[in-house]
Design a protein around this ligand. Structure first.
Ligand SMILES: Cc1cc2nc3c(=O)[nH]c(=O)nc-3n(C[C@H](O)[C@H](O)[C@H](O)COP(=O)(O)OP(=O)(O)OC[C@H]3O[C@@H](n4cnc5c(N)ncnc54)[C@H](O)[C@@H]3O)c2cc1C
Length: 391
């Protein structure tokens, strides 16, 4: 057995949710010992710029940092980096990291998600994914020798990367199994708008088809689609969803079905909490617990758990909030848009134009507000979500 140490709080996952919770514990007045165990070799950093400013060479990697080593020391937050948690012994309250064991009074699970791999025949090692700093560095390295790119997956990340690649002068073929671009929680209402942006910017779209195989050939990589067409490219990038990082948890004692199930205070089992992308959090406004993969939810859950640990006070659940930038169109969404076209209300601008704000209204309440290129007006419009509709 290696090191055995004891901490008041052990946080697993050294990223946005984990570091936000550690800092918030200090802000709340917690003076116990805090350890963050993270399997990446970097201090916590921000992921959203990776598919935007970093990919577009507008930011250096160090601009994504969430905390410096000095600030961590000042807050008395200890780190074990580049090491993955391998197990959890709930009976003895011990986190296992290989042969080492860290005992805790409270444990916070903040291990996020990993990108889903493309499972097809052929040379899949040639497929690049984007989640980490190392991933974006690998993509940038390949871009220099890659004029033609196949982007598999037209979700938010796939569309952001498509937009970044095209803005840098690459030819992009966008492949999506579903009928068009998919943005989370948008009810499908802006898929056509995004499609129009893609096409107007020279992207070749292939919808309703899946990749069958990938083969390296002398002049590039052939992506074979399941409609039997072939696309010749220099580089393949995939963004086809994510898988919660729960493999290290005891699934007989903790419900890890599509993330770690927790209540509306983040509690999983006594003294164990889950936050961020990995957490299937119970939103009070909804009947079923759900995972939400965005920054604001990760931050709000981290703040809520820190407050609950220190003072026992539960925080109100906030609406999910999400933003994206596709060909310089700023998309902002608060809440969840209902898919029923009859529920859509135009709050501002012209839906057929370049600037608008829409909402969906169900049983007299707004469920979500989305802004397309109207960030200032959005700030006011999203307040509608807090109360009932007043006619
Ligand atoms: C390229 C990109 C762009 C994005 N853009 C946006 C955006 O525009 N807006 C938005 O709201 N959100 C965006 N997101 C999502 C946002 O980054 C996430 O919601 C946020 O990172 C969640 O933070 P987290 O700490 O819960 O999880 P993560 O950031 O996934 O961090 C989890 C950490 O835990 C580590 N880990 C996993 N398993 C273990 C283990 N066993 N032991 C130790 N450590 C482990 C992981 O390696 C990782 O470092 C984007 C994400 C990506 C990848």
């Amino acid at each position: 057995m290696g090191i055995v140490a004891t901490y008041d709080v052990v946080i697993v996952g050294g990223s946005l949710a984990g570091i936000t919770c550690a800092q918030a514990l200090r802000t709340e007045g917690f003076d116990g010992t805090i350890l963050i165990v993270g399997d990446e070799r970097y201090l916590p950093y921000n992921r959203p710029p990776l598919s935007k400013q970093v990919l577009l060479n507008k930011w250096q990697i160090d601009q994504t940092a969430l905390i410096s080593r000095e600030k961590g020391a000042e807050l008395n937050i200890e780190f074990v980096l580049g090491r993955a948690a391998t197990g959890l012994d709930l009976a003895s309250k011990a986190l296992l990291v290989g042969r080492e064991s860290y005992h805790f009074s409270k444990l916070i699970i903040a291990t996020g998600v990993s990108p889903r791999n493309l499972v097809v025949q052929g040379d899949v090692d040639d497929v690049l994914l984007l989640r980490t700093v190392d991933d974006v560095l690998a993509i940038k390295e390949r871009l220099g020798s890659s004029k033609r790119i196949a982007m598999v997956g037209a979700g938010v990340l796939g569309c952001e990367m498509t937009s970044a690649f095209a803005q840098m002068g690459h030819q992009v073929q966008l492949i999506e199994r579903l009928a068009g671009p998919q943005m989370p929680n948008t009810g499908g209402h802006i898929s056509q708008k995004i499609h129009a942006e893609l096409v107007n910017n020279g992207i070749n779209t292939h919808y309703g088809v899946a990749v069958r195989s990938i083969s390296r050939v002398t002049d590039g990589i052939i992506v074979e689609l399941d409609n039997s067409s072939n696309i010749l490219v220099d580089m393949v990038v995939a963004s086809i969803g994510s898988v919660p990082n729960t493999q290290w948890l005891p699934s007989d004692l903790i419900d890890t079905t599509n993330g770690v199930l927790c209540d509306s205070t983040g509690l999983v089992v006594p003294d164990v909490y889950a936050i961020g992308d990995v957490a299937r959090w119970q939103l009070r406004s909804e009947e079923t617990a759900r995972r939400i993969e965005n920054q604001t939810s990760a931050i709000n859950q981290a703040l809520a758990v820190a407050k609950f640990i220190v003072s026992g006070t539960a925080s109100p659940t906030t609406e999910p909030f999400f933003w994206s930038e596709i060909f310089e169109k700023k998309i902002l969404l608060s809440g969840i848009l209902d898919p029923d076209p009859g529920s859509v209300r135009i709050l501002n601008g012209d839906f057929s134009g370049d600037k608008f704000i829409i909402a969906t209204e169900v049983n007299g309440s707004y469920t979500g507000v989305l802004s397309w290129n109207m960030p200032r007006e959005f700030r006011e419009a999203r307040k509608l979500l807090k109360g009932e509709v007043n006619g």
